[in-house]
Design a protein around this ligand. Structure first.
Ligand code: DGT
Ligand code: CA
Ligand code: CA
Ligand code: ZN
Length: 590
């Protein structure tokens, strides 16, 4: 039996849900790399397949339309990889991949995804102890059966327990980006079906939660039967879970459930309010209704005594009759939004239109897959007023950065400055925070950059005290402007580091260091609940794409969603500011 596959990193590569050929191929190359890693393949080869997967995913032209020669022209795709891609395009298979798949049971592949375990040690567990599933690993730890295995001390067991919790928590949930792209595509297709008057997604996707359990779509149609038939006939459908004229549920080929509900036209607003949730928010709105002798349901707001309908057509009307302003969906978590609404103090949330630039991006000088010029052109097309290039610094040694390369890039950046729609370029870098809180390069070299992002990329399991000291020291470095992907979490893969966030936020506020909201869908770091905490300390934020390809620039919407869930306004976010205000902020850094 094939394991339901939840590969956050891989799913994040895909840009549409009926996968483009590029995404299919990228997923297969990434899988090939994973399987090589599990079976003890050569590290250099593994990395070259991972790189090729990223290149293919980020490649602008459809692979299906390319001839063999053109495939070899894709960056990071050499002869061997091009041959595999060719075989896939001709036959729909890659035979070496099939062979590797046959060697590794699906449960062991799942096991390799347990944060903190990794492919090599998953294979050791399988060959030495016969452990072939996540549940099997949990049981083995409980029974003390890992004792005596090399590389599995008590500290490892503790980390593995945390990893198992993470993988179980995420369970069948998918990244916001995966669900959002599906939701948008399905609503567009359903809206085109004759009889469909309105179609919209609700639920956790509309609230922009970082992971999604299932997609909830609402529709008004005078031909519900036809709409449901169109729905169950979509190419995304793997199986129909339940079908009826009021509600139909399907499971997609990517393993996600989608519920489609047809609601009476008069109930649209009430239904949208109800099915957007969250449950906790809805409990509060229903309580408010009860106190007003009213009853709130997915059909409307009713007078309890007379049974008359009071409001139901629009959400604004429903909230209005409850004595509340309309509440933006990302705030609907019963996290103080009802109280703020009653006081008339809802925040004016930052929007994607407020963004004037992106302050953390990469090029193919390090691990990005697009050239400086391609990234700059694409950023200008997004309408940015400014854009920072922040490739990795030398201490992340795999990236092979040198002073000379960095200075040569600076020349190139200066040459391109203002050349695309007048967009201003900032030359920056993403520094690596070492285990003691130090960063790459001496202060003198650092002062040549327009801005420095600093992030943790290793030593994730230090003690809380060590980790806190490490962060605070980096934040106090006068050259560091932005703390990048602050907790280093990878959703479903790696837990956030254990650090005293209060101390981190205090240090940021004190030194004028901005905290990043990294928009990459498998990071969304800082997470919403921590954003709110940081904001109370008076910290400023930078919402960045951390793009490694042109298509990643569009991830900003997920960072914006997360920032909205964190109650941020445009004024809280430094890259909504005009360039002169931003520059002053970068210079006044204590
Ligand atoms: P998910 O799918 O786990 O990511 O999260 P949601 O919020 O989309 O949850 P879901 O799909 O179970 O239900 C969608 C919304 O419908 C939910 O946010 C609130 C509403 N809802 C569903 N069932 C109930 C219920 O039993 N009581 C209340 N008050 N609301 C419900
Ligand atoms: Ca849902
Ligand atoms: Ca649902
Ligand atoms: Zn980074």
């Amino acid at each position: 039996m094939a394991q339901p596959s939840w590969h956050p990193a891989r799913l994040a590569l895909s840009t549409v849900t009926v996968m483009r050929t590029n995404d299919e191929v990228a997923a297969l190359l990434a899988e090939y790399a994973d399987l090589m890693a599990i079976t003890g393949g050569d590290a250099f080869r593994i990395r070259s397949y991972e790189k090729a997967a990223r290149s293919v995913a980020g490649y602008p032209d459809d692979l299906a339309t390319l001839d063999a020669g053109a495939v070899e022209q894709i960056p990071n795709v050499g002869k061997a990889i091009a041959a595999k891609i060719g075989e896939y395009l001709r036959t729909g298979r890659i035979h070496q991949l099939d062979e590797l798949r046959a060697k590794v049971p699906a449960g062991v592949r799942r096991l390799a995804e347990v944060p903190g375990l990794g492919p090599k040690r998953a294979m050791i567990l399988y060959t030495q102890r016969g452990i072939d599933s996540v549940d099997g690993l949990a049981a083995a730890i409980d029974a003390g059966r890992l004792a005596g295995l090399r590389g599995f001390g008590p500290k490892t067991e503790e980390n593995l327990r945390r990893g198992i919790d993470i993988i179980r928590e995420t369970g069948d949930r998918v990244l916001l980006s995966v669900a959002m792209e599906l939701a948008e595509e399905l609503t567009a297709r359903l809206a085109a079906v004759p009889g469909a008057e309105r179609v919209a997604y609700a639920g956790s996707v509309r609230r922009m939660r970082d992971t999604i359990g299932d997609v909830d779509i609402l529709a008004i149609s005078d031909q519900p039967g036809a709409l449901m038939r169109a729905f169950t006939g979509l190419p995304h459908v793997e199986r129909v879970v339940a079908s009826g004229d009021a509600k139909t549920s399907i499971r997609t080929t990517s393993g996600l459930q989608v519920d489609l509900r047809v609601v009476p036209p008069a109930s649209w607003g009430a239904a949208l309010q109800y099915f957007t949730g969250s449950r906790a928010h809805n409990i509060r709105t229903r309580e408010i209704a009860v106190r007003k002798q009213l009853k709130l349901s997915e059909y409307g707001l009713f007078d309890v005594e007379t049974g008359d309908i009071i409001a139901s057509l629009t959400e604004e009307e429903v909230y209005g009759r409850l004595g509340l302003p309309w509440i933006p969906p990302p705030l609907r978590e019963d996290a103080g939004e009802i109280e703020a609404a009653l006081r008339g103090e809802l925040p004016a949330l930052v929007t994607e239109q407020d963004l004037r630039g992106d302050l953390h991006t990469h090029t193919d000088l390090t691990d990005g897959v697009a050239s400086l010029e391609e990234m700059v052109r694409a950023a200008a097309a997004r309408g940015y007023a400014y854009y920072a290039i922040t490739d990795h610094a030398p201490n992340l040694f795999m990236q092979r950065m040198t002073d000379e390369k960095m200075l040569a890039q600076r020349e190139q950046v200066r040459g391109l400055d203002g050349r695309h729609s007048g967009m201003r370029l900032l030359h920056g870098t993403e520094l690596n925070i070492d285990p003691d809180g130090g960063v790459d390069w001496p202060a003198e070299f650092l002062s040549g950059f327009d801005l420095c992002v600093a992030s943790v990329h290793s030593h994730f399991t230090q003690s809380r005290e060590q980790m806190t000291r490490r962060f605070v020291r980096a934040i106090e470095n006068p050259q560091v402007n932005i703390l990048g992907h602050p907790t280093t979490r990878r959703i479903g893969r790696r837990p956030p580091v254990d650090v005293d966030l209060d101390q981190v936020f205090k240090a940021c506020a004190r030194t004028g260091t901005a905290i990043e909201v990294d928009s990459h869908p498998d990071r969304l770091d800082l997470a919403a609940e921590h954003i709110r905490l940081a904001r109370r300390h008076g910290v400023k934020f930078s919402i960045d794409s951390d793009a490694h390809s042109v298509s990643h620039l569009a991830h900003m919407r997920y960072g914006i969603g997360t920032a909205q869930r964190g109650w941020l306004t445009a004024d809280d976010v430094i890259n909504t500011w005009p360039l002169d205000r931003l520059t002053a902020f970068l210079h006044n850094h204590a």
